[in-house]
Design a protein around this ligand. Structure first.
Ligand code: IPM
Ligand code: MG
Length: 356
């Protein structure tokens, strides 16, 4: 198999974590006999620095031409001024919209050896294995009208039945392959969009008789993630709520740096760690590349249907964490300190060894 993977390293720690993921992808290629064709394009601040728009037309074209996309991070304090369309983040929102990537899957689980890495008591965290299914191309992020009006500023939260229906299906489909429970998260006691959300999710649930559905308000859900995270299987929610709850999920399992994501539509998918560009630690070889490497595993599974290859990467991450390798964000969990590059190289080595 010779699939084309477009790399969009982006800003801050993006290039470092993508480079570590590439080392692992090459190990997968060698072990399983695939010649991945890797191409690269600028996005976000990296594009602005070259005098290009945040999402250059050539980058978008390369995205359409690729079988899958692996993105690092976008966000650069140097370009924080100005209107939203010139900010690096607009590139991420733009590519999600252009590629119609409405379904964002963000799994979070306790890794072996990291039971103590987060702020929760290990017995509270034990058994946590949840999946946030976040709607990614609607809601407040994209709603019109938006803007400023003298001393005021405004955004619009809007959802159509069709938008809710298609993301709900993704959530239930995912639950079918997991523990068959969906918690739909909204704010139906206040918001019209949430009342529509709840109604449509309830309708979709009728097609999934073997999946249990419950509804929860987003504030209660935020609390329960901290108090009883193992009680969740699939958390199905709209764009902004999913953004917030997925950071919380990252914190409780030990580090946001561990979390991968898949952004899927009806065509090619984009895969990226949940963390941001972390400019304060960029270029120091201290960022955790596991979120990016686990995103590469999701790419193998969801975009290329290479399930054994994806499992090999995920098993290697588990092995290396069990060995005690720790990037700086996981220092509180004890073990041996390692840099971004070292972590990627060790995971790649385990992928190769496992094939011997
Ligand atoms: C994320 C990020 C993005 C978002 C930002 C960088 C636009 O926080 O992917 O979670 O809010 O979706
Ligand atoms: Mg976020």
């Amino acid at each position: 198999m010779n699939p084309t993977i477009l790399l969009l390293p982006g800003d801050g720690i993006g290039p470092e974590v993508v480079a570590a993921a590439v080392v692992v992808l090459r190990a997968v290629g060698d072990r399983f006999g695939h010649a991945f064709a890797l191409t690269e394009a600028p996005i976000g601040g990296a594009a602005l620095r070259r005098g290009l728009p945040p999402l250059p037309a050539e980058t978008l074209q390369a995205a359409y031409a690729a079988d899958a996309i692996l993105l690092g991070a976008v966000g650069d304090p140097e370009f924080d001024r100005g209107d939203s369309s010139r900010r690096p983040e607009s590139a991420l929102l733009g590519i999600r919209r252009e590629l119609k990537l409405y379904a964002n899957l963000r799994p979070a689980k306790v890794w072996p050896g990291l039971e103590n890495a987060g702020p929760l008591k290990p017995e509270v965290l034990a058994g946590t294995d949840l999946l946030v299914v976040r709607e990614l191309t609607g809601g407040l992020y994209y709603g019109e009208p938006r803007g400023t009006d003298g001393d005021s500023a405004f955004n619009t939260m809007r959802y159509s039945r069709g938008e809710v229906r298609r993301i709900a299906r993704r959530g239930f489909d995912a639950a079918r392959r997991r523990r068959r429970r969906v918690t739909s998260v909204d704010k139906a006691n206040v918001l019209e969009t949430s009342r529509l959300w709840r109604q449509v999710v309830t309708e979709v649930a009728r097609d999934y008789r073997n999946v249990a559905l419950d509804h929860m308000y987003v504030d209660a859900c935020a609390m329960k993630i901290a108090l009883a995270p193992a009680s969740f299987d699939v958390i199905l929610t709209e764009n902004l709520f999913g953004d917030i709850l997925s950071d919380e999920a990252g914190a409780i399992v030990g580090s946001l740096g561990l979390l991968p994501s898949a952004s899927l539509g009806d065509g090619r998918g984009l895969f990226e760690p949940v963390h941001g560009s972390a400019p304060d630690i960029a270029g120091k070889d201290i960022a955790n590349p596991i979120g990016a490497i686990a995103s590469a595993a999701m790419l193998l599974r969801h975009a290329l249907q290479l399930d054994a290859e994806a499992a090999a990467v995920e098993n290697a991450i588990g092995d290396v964490l069990r060995e005690g390798l720790r990037t700086a964000d996981l220092a509180s969990a004890g073990g041996h300190p390692v840099g971004t590059r070292g972590m990627g190289e060790r995971i790649a080595a385990v992928v190769r060894e496992a094939g011997l």
